[in-house]
Design a protein. Structure first.
Length: 405
């Protein structure tokens, strides 16, 4: 494998990279704190059902679907400005979750606002990572950025059980809504710090806008289809797997947070490795291997409870979740594929945004149907469908051209 490169070797020296990476880290803390408690907040405080979960995720994924239009509206602003806007929107969402009541629809509204900020930042941080990279090192730059983000995620996830422990000393139990609101408030404070660092990001090409206009091009058709497949895989992994752990195995918010922290730690190790692997062997091979391995992961998600005792199945699903998180990092390959097809950085930004909207189109469908399928037929069918989508993805990835160079 190619040797590990330093940050200064991967990124263009004309950019102030560290404020960007520190902001990504802090925003990772913010969002991981929220992710670490969300499933239990929904299940234990709001008492939502499996079908309700699909409805919640439908609304939370809508910002991703409409991202292409949102960023078209933000097109006149710089990458730094759009990244700051994303963080600010999430902060407003956390303010609502911290101080507004526990009405189901109010909570959903502020979760959607928080999701909107995260979705905008997703596109901008990917575009900035690619733009800041030296030639032919896009995979490395994405891997480094993801590594910093994962560091923040580890910190955020590990802070969740610590916060619950501290709150318990003040007589505030895990079944009390105020415990969750207090933690959302802390997430808001960390988000403000991320905003401050984001304001210090500089750009050598201020004329290049991060928020692309609405853009479609025939040469990106396969990238759009790959984004569509990835949206289905991502939705099942992010939404239904943690809820399986909560509902089927009784995982607490602290257990989930620790599991998420482990996956983030593994991501720190594997993000740069996968980034270098993409640059070395090419995105096509990585895409195919990723989705073939996903079939095995889906099998254990769907059938562990039939093959093992309850306790062993619980552990198998947890380990499986960690393996799944490693595979999800391979989505960087499609971004490098997009870069390989493009003729300019602006075109990359436009296409990434369109791709995110495509993957959220299937995400909202999976969100609604997934909960219904689980409720009516069981998780075996849900994850069998996911495995089938993975197989289709592998077959389709095999049709793309090899990496340039």
């Amino acid at each position: 494998m190619s040797k590990k490169l330093s940050i200064s070797e991967v990124f263009n020296k004309n950019y102030r990279v560290m404020p960007f990476l520190l902001s990504v880290t802090l925003f990772g803390i913010t969002n991981s704190i929220a992710k670490g408690i969300m499933n239990n907040y929904l299940a234990e405080i709001l008492k939502i059902t499996k079908i309700d979960l699909g409805i919640v995720e439908f609304f939370r994924e809508l910002p991703g679907l409409f991202l292409i239009f949102i960023l078209a509206w933000l097109y006149k602003h710089s990458a730094r400005r759009n990244y700051m806007t994303a963080i600010l929107i999430s902060i407003v969402g956390f303010i609502g979750l911290s101080f507004i009541g526990s009405s189901k629809w109010l909570v959903i509204a502020f979760l959607v606002m928080n999701s909107l900020g995260e979705h905008i930042s997703m596109q901008v941080r990917q575009s900035l990572s690619i733009e800041m990279a030296n030639p032919n090192l896009s995979g490395n730059s994405l891997g480094i950025m993801q590594g910093f983000r994962s560091t923040g995620q580890i910190a955020g996830f590990l802070l969740v059980p610590v916060f619950f422990l501290i709150l318990s000393h003040f007589g505030i139990g895990r079944s009390d809504a105020i415990s969750y609101k207090s933690i959302y408030f802390i997430a808001m404070l960390v988000g403000i710090m991320a905003y401050i660092f984001a304001s210090r990001i500089t750009e050598i090409k201020p004329e290049n806008k991060a928020g692309p206009k609405i853009y479609f091009h025939k040469k990106y058709t396969k990238y759009y289809v790959l984004s569509f497949f990835y949206g289905a895989r991502k939705q099942i992994f992010i939404t239904f797997t943690p809820f399986v752990l909560v509902l089927n195995y009784g995982a607490s918010a602290s257990v989930l947070a620790i599991l998420f922290a482990i996956t983030a730690g593994v991501s720190i190790i594997f993000s740069p490795i996968i980034g270098r692997l993409i640059d070395k062997v090419g995105y096509k091979k990585v895409m195919i291997a990723d989705t073939l391995l996903l079939i095995i992961v889906c099998f254990f998600y769907g059938f562990s409870h039939l093959l093992f005792s309850h306790e062993v199945a619980y552990r198998v699903v947890c380990v499986n979740y960690i393996l799944d998180s490693i595979l999800s990092l391979c989505s960087m390959a499609s971004l490098v594929y997009c870069k390989d097809l493009s003729s300019s950085q602006e075109e990359v930004s436009k296409t990434i945004t369109t791709g995110i909207s495509f993957n959220h189109l299937i995400s909202i469908i999976i969100a609604l149907l997934g909960g219904l399928i689980w409720q009516k037929t069981g998780i075996e069918v849900l994850f069998s469908i996911s495995a089938l989508l993975g197989l289709c993805n592998s077959i389709f990835a095999a049709t793309i051209k090899k990496s340039k160079g």
